[in-house]
Design a protein around this ligand. Structure first.
Ligand SMILES: Cc1ncc(COP(=O)(O)O)c(C=O)c1O
Length: 394
């Protein structure tokens, strides 16, 4: 009985948050990743999706996915290691390796499993994992589960990272892990700095480029392309759940490392294969990214338009080069009021409060999609103005 007492208490707390309008989770949208979504029958402009390029609803991507469902059925119904690998899985792995400039690649069923399963397979007792304090929860979980020693360095702080590397024992193998794009604020990792230290201290580097893949770099190949560093890190990881239209994750690395992950990573071995149709989705997304560079251009135009509009209205923004725009509010209560006010006016955004960001630095996380048209963006900006003025934020 007592085991569930905390759930009862928790449910009452959630109800109180809902009454105070401080709960913006588990809302239902139909569909979820379109420029205009419906919630309880009401139409709203979506500025809270990670479907940056709009590929989850792109006709070519939808058609390729539907064709694959007809040919392969709805699921592979087995682990990748047993009978769950199809030709589509193998084709996508080859394609991702080309896309990321690595020898080989492996596809996992989710991005979360990718990060967690890579860290836990490759590190163990006697090793050291050095992890940025703002890394995604999937990396944190990998760090919790590894038998290795974990040293968390201050966010993007190269002198702290160096200090932590320098104090490792010479016989310890070291893995530095960082997000490429930090998901809450859209800021970039200092990858040149990380790589320099890794070379100096003979450490391997793993980059989680969930938000960079498809969104940044001259041709959308991600954070390494942005820095002109493709092929320069040991493990380049990502997810399909942002720019690549579906769910799943991948690691690009040396062939022997990929083979090791396929036969040693427990989330890869002991969970079912992602549906073949999801592989077709990602293959189509990569084709569209290559054939329609105007989509990336449109994403950048839309992002610049929203940033400029918000700045002109008087909002404080943190500088980023990604489609994630952090609108700094400060107090949690004002942040919730802003999100609630925007929702009432027909705009969906994500409020971000501590512990996801430091206390008193709450923000509204706006994420832009290439599929939003100018009229939708203008309407959203107008609503930001209305609610921001009403709350005395601008
Ligand atoms: C940086 C980062 N890594 C990993 C993940 C996990 O990926 P997925 O949601 O595709 O499992 C996410 C998703 O939120 C993320 O933002």
């Amino acid at each position: 009985m007592a085991l569930f007492d905390k759930c009862d208490e928790f449910s009452r707390w959630i109800e109180s948050l809902k009454e105070r309008r401080e709960f913006f989770y588990l809302r239902e949208f139909d569909p979820a990743a379109s420029p205009v979504v419906s919630m309880g029958g009401k139409k709203l402009i979506m500025l809270g999706s990670n479907n940056y390029l709009g590929l989850a609803t792109h006709p070519r991507v939808v058609e390729a996915t539907a064709l694959a469902v007809r040919e392969y059925g709805t699921g592979a119904c087995s682990s990748r290691v047993l009978t769950g690998t199809t030709g589509l899985h193998a084709r996508l792995e080859k394609r991702l390796a080309e896309f990321k400039g690595t020898e080989d690649a492996v596809v996992f069923s989710t991005g979360f499993m990718t990060m967690m399963g890579t860290i836990t397979a490759l590190t163990g007792e006697g090793d050291v994992v050095l992890s940025d304090e703002f890394n995604h929860a999937s990396i944190v979980e990998g760090c919790r589960l590894t038998g290795a020693e974990v040293r968390v360095y201050r966010h993007n702080d190269m002198s702290d990272l160096e200090e932590k590397l320098a104090s490792c024992e010479p016989e310890q193998d070291k893995l530095i892990v960082t997000d490429g794009v930090f998901s809450m604020k859209g800021t970039l990792a200092n990858l040149p700095g990380v790589k320099k230290l890794a070379d100096e201290y003979d450490a391997r580097v793993m980059v989680d480029d969930a938000h960079g893949t498809g969104a940044i770099g001259p041709s959308g190949r991600g954070t390494l392309e942005h820095f002109g560093m493709e092929g320069e890190v040991d493990l380049i990881c990502g997810t399909f759940s942002k720019s690549l239209g579906t769910i799943g994750g991948f690691v690009g690395a040396r062939s022997d490392v990929v083979t090791f992950l396929k036969l040693r990573s427990r989330p890869f071995i002991f969970s079912a294969s992602p549906p073949p149709s999801s592989m077709a989705t990602v293959l189509a997304c990569l084709d569209v990214l290559e054939d329609e560079p105007e989509l990336l251009a449109r994403l950048r135009e839309n992002t610049a338009f929203v940033k400029e509009g918000l700045s002109e209205l008087g909002f404080r923004l943190e500088e980023t080069v990604t489609p994630i725009i952090p609108v700094l509010i400060g107090e949690d209560s004002k942040t919730f009021q802003m999100a609630g006010g925007l929702e009432d006016e027909g705009v969906i955004v994500n409020p971000v409060v501590a512990p996801a960001v430091p206390p008193d630095s709450s923000l509204i996380r706006v994420s832009v999609m290439a599929s939003l048209n100018t009229q939708e963006l203008e309407t959203a900006l107008e609503k930001f103005g209305v609610v921001g003025r009403r709350l005395g934020i601008i």
